[in-house]
Design a protein around this ligand. Structure first.
Ligand code: FEO
Length: 164
C-alpha cells in the first residue's frame, strides 16, 4: 500500500510526464509549421514516450492499491525563437524532470518503500539517456550555428529516429 504522501508525489509525476508529452507535442507542431519535419518527427516520438512514462506510473499507483488522480495539464509555450532555443528548452526540461525523479527516490527511501524505489530506478536510468540525447542535439545545433544548410542536415538526421 502506498502512503498518502507517496501517492500524491506519484500523481504529481504523472502530471509532469503528461506535461512533458504536451510540451514536446507543442514543439512538434511549431517545428512542422516551420517545415522542420525531422525535428517534428523526433518530437512526436518523444511526446509518445512521455505519455508512456505517465502510464507506467499510472499502472504502478493502481498496482499498489492507490488512487490515480489526474490534475489539469498546464498549457505549454507555443513558439521558440530557433531550433537551438527549442532544444535548449528540451534539455532544461529534462534536467528539471531528473530533479523530480530524484526527489521521488528520496521520498521512497525516507519511507522505506522498497517497491517504489526499485520501480523508480528505471526512471533514474531513463533520465540519464534523455539528458544525453537532448544535450547531443543542442551541441550539434551550436556547432552548425545559424548556417541554414547545417540546421537542415540535423533536421534530416532526426527524421531517422525510430520508435522504441
Ligand atoms: Fe519522462 Fe523525458 O522524462
Amino acid at each position: 500500500m502506498l502512503s498518502a504522501k507517496m501517492q500524491q508525489a506519484l500523481n504529481e509525476q504523472i502530471n509532469a510526464e503528461l506535461y512533458s508529452s504536451y510540451l514536446y507535442l507543442a514543439m512538434a507542431a511549431h517545428s512542422e509549421a516551420a517545415n522542420f519535419h525531422g525535428f517534428g518527427h523526433w518530437l512526436r516520438i518523444q511526446a509518445e514516450e512521455e505519455h508512456g512514462h505517465a502510464m507506467k506510473i499510472f499502472d504502478f499507483v493502481l498496482d499498489r492499491g492507490g488512487r490515480v488522480e489526474l490534475k489539469p495539464i498546464q498549457g505549454p509555450p507555443t513558439s521558440w525563437e530557433s531550433p537551438l532555443a527549442m532544444f535548449e528548452a528540451v534539455l532544461a526540461h529534462e534536467q528539471h524532470v531528473t530533479r523530480l525523479i530524484h526527489q521521488l527516490v528520496a521520498q521512497a527511501r525516507s519511507e522505506n518503500d522498497y517497491a517504489a524505489e526499485v520501480f523508480l530506478q528505471w526512471f533514474v536510468d531513463e533520465q540519464v539517456e534523455e539528458e544525453k540525447q537532448s544535450d547531443q542535439i543542442v551541441q550539434k545545433l551550436r556547432q552548425v550555428g545559424n548556417v541554414p544548410g547545417g540546421i537542415y542536415w540535423i533536421d534530416q538526421e532526426l527524421a531517422r529516429r525510430k520508435k522504441e
